[in-house]
Design a binder for this molecule. Structure first.
Ligand code: FE
Length: 256
């Protein structure tokens, strides 16, 4: 269970000028709705907001951010992919911040359907080499699960924000923030990854993309956060996972 202190959020990393914050939860907000995680990176007073989420949790996330930084210090909003639980709040976030929004070029022309008129503040993510605000880096994660999908790596905290990679689906009232016991956690990630991630070939490509990164924590957009030891176990589990089109006949037979 999430304890009352954690409902408002949790600092995942902090030094003199840099911090990373998980922006809390509201278990009522999650009833009948897929639970989501939002993250804030603050560096020298500037901020980046990672996968800020859908319209219905906007007010809670604004108030959680305001405990750490003023909204006009947010320079960057990133979307790992186009799903509504990641990006449907885009018009609201562009209204209350001056931030540039980063998303795969595949999805730029879909965003106006969430109410955006001006695309000039939206930047397509073009590659992992480009220098970004707060020294963040994009890492390709295409087809995990979306065809245009990016992770964000923070080299200071060594946290990688992985979107749906590592996502868990909690039973009602069963949410927790950190993965303490990977073996017990596996049952909450297994079905989602097998059905939603495109294939083991896509997994292998992502593992090559992150091979050179020092990863202290894996922070997904749903479920719980993996500290280093659990992250190592998760990556080993993922490496051999048959998923998506690897299991297409079984998925078709199940009708799900
Ligand atoms: Fe998604």
């Amino acid at each position: 269970m999430v304890n009352s202190a954690e409902i408002a959020g949790k600092v995942l990393y902090q030094d003199e000028r840099h911090s990373v914050i998980w922006l809390g939860t509201d278990e009522k907000e999650n009833e009948g709705v897929v639970q989501t995680n939002q993250y804030l990176v603050v560096d020298g007073g500037k901020a980046a907001l990672i996968d800020p989420g859908g319209v219905h949790l906007f007010a809670r996330v604004v108030s959680a951010i305001s405990r750490h930084v003023e909204l006009d210090k947010i320079e960057m909003v990133t979307f790992s992919h186009q799903d509504p639980d990641v990006s449907s709040g885009i018009a609201l976030w562009m209204g209350v911040t001056k931030a540039r929004v980063y998303i795969s070029s595949l999805w730029m022309r879909f965003l106006p359907h969430f109410g955006i008129v001006d695309l000039s503040r939206i930047t397509p993510i073009e590659g992992s080499g480009r220098s970004l605000p707060l020294n963040l880096r994009f890492v390709p994660a295409h087809f995990l699960h979306s065809p245009g999908n990016w992770c964000v790596y923070d080299p200071i905290s060594k946290i990688i924000f992985t979107g749906d990679i590592g996502a868990a689906v909690f039973p009602n009232g069963g949410q927790y923030v950190m993965v303490d016991d990977f073996e017990a956690h596996k049952k909450l990630i297994d079905g989602f990854h097998k059905r939603v991630m495109a294939s083991n070939k896509a997994v292998q490509a992502w593992l090559r993309s992150i091979a050179g990164l020092d990863i202290d924590m894996i922070a997904p957009q749903h479920g719980a956060i993996f500290p280093r030891e659990a992250a190592v176990k998760f990556l080993a589990w993922l490496k051999t996972l048959e998923c998506g089109v690897d299991r297409i006949d079984e998925i078709n037979r199940s009708g799900a």
